[in-house]
Ligand binder design. Structure first.
Ligand code: 2NL
Length: 359
């Protein structure tokens, strides 16, 4: 039938020539839509004799199928063309040099904290954090510092308004309250009861009322604690020898232990490393001078008991040092106060690239 073949070629050429998806949809509506040419042919079927209807109906249906296949094919061809055009126009030149964006550096204190985490981490210590604002029990009493101890005086400690229940609050004067909280932790106590040992370091901010060339009201400390049933002074010495050699990167580092006093350890010892001041410049690991690095000792039985452990069963050692101080010594930073000036020129000089970090 002429009518059918005219409609066929018009519909198929409209599909073939559609330049975009909108034109393609217009071609679909023109053939198969409610008022479309093929739909119009369908509508004439009702007026035909039954045998003609069957034969013509089959041909119209076939045409409808043919147009649908052509629509699909054109649609996917238009899609690939659009993608190819986008790929061509959105080309990225990867050979262009990067823009000179500024990038930050790590503050020496953060760098040293990372180093401490790496060195003690290899020795099996975990890292613990705790609050800067402490109650007076965790900061002093638990650590065997009695109420009349000079460390508690207003001149040394920042006192805060008490809690609603009257508990006196302070800015922590050392990180020891975090070790106390760790020993009091029920999971840690279970782990010890099961025969394990506790090894923890606590790097963090600490606060004292002090402000001169060698003291800032906020400073940084790292303390370490080991608790089990057998740890003794020999382990303390071995651990601190290994730490000093790893941190200062000197294999033959002279180290000496001097008797000392801390309320929370008994016996207590301060640790010095050998150094020289030849030509006014500090060299660690050689020479005839000594430099005090850290304080240490066997944990006082009162501290063990205050932290919920039986001092007849458990013992251990602890140590503490100033992070700012060991950072100055290792990286030759002359003035403590410059750490906290937030001066970009200083940071560009003493800061560390994130890629140099030990993490
Ligand atoms: C120093 C000395 C030290 C500790 C800190 C400690 C903590 C607990 C129990 C026992 Cl929970 N001791 N800490 C022990 C000895 C020395 O620090 O000169 N710090 C800057």
């Amino acid at each position: 039938m002429d009518d059918l073949s005219t409609i066929r070629s018009a519909a198929l050429s409209a599909v073939e020539q559609a330049a975009d998806l909108a034109a393609l949809d217009a071609a679909r509506v023109a053939a198969l839509g409610k008022k479309g040419s093929v739909t119009g042919l369908m509508k004439t079927l009702g007026g035909l004799a039954p045998d003609q209807r069957k034969e013509f109906g089959a041909r119209v249906n076939q045409l409808k199928g043919e147009i649908e296949v052509a629509l699909e094919a054109r649609k996917s061809a238009l899609g690939s063309a659009a993608l190819a055009a986008r790929l061509a126009s959105e080309k990225v030149d990867v050979s262009l040099p990067v823009r000179p964006e500024g990038h930050g550096t790590l503050h020496p204190i953060g760098q040293v904290m990372d180093e401490l985490g790496a060195i003690f981490g290899e020795m099996g210590f975990m890292w613990a954090d705790g609050p800067d604002i402490e109650d007076d029990w965790h900061n002093f009493t638990a650590l065997n510092i009695p109420p009349d101890h000079p460390a508690r005086q207003m001149q040394d400690t920042f006192y805060l308004p008490p809690r609603a229940d009257g508990t006196p609050m302070v800015l922590r004067t050392h990180t020891s309250p975090v070790q106390a909280r760790t020993m009091l932790d029920k999971n840690v106590q279970q782990m010890l009861a099961d025969g394990g040992s506790l090894r923890v370091i606590v790097p963090g901010r600490t606060f004292r009322i002090d402000n001169d060339a060698t003291h800032t009201p906020m400073f940084h400390q790292v303390e370490g604690l080991v608790i089990d049933r057998n740890t003794h002074m020999g382990h303390l010495k071995g651990c601190l020898y290994d730490f000093c050699r790893a941190y200062f990167e000197v294999d033959e580092l002279p180290i000496r232990f001097r008797p000392s006093y801390f309320p929370f350890t008994e016996p207590s010892a301060e640790v010095d490393i050998g150094c020289s001041w030849k030509g006014g410049e500090l060299r660690v690991g050689a020479g005839d001078s000594w430099l005090e690095i850290l304080g240490s000792g066997m944990v006082h039985p009162n501290v063990i008991a205050n932290c919920g452990l039986d001092p007849a069963v458990y013992q251990g050692f602890a140590f503490g040092m100033g992070i700012d101080r060991i950072a100055m010594l290792k990286y030759g930073i002359p003035d403590l106060r410059s750490f906290f000036d937030a001066d970009l020129r200083w940071l560009r000089h003493y800061g560390f690239s994130a890629l140099e970090s030990v993490r």
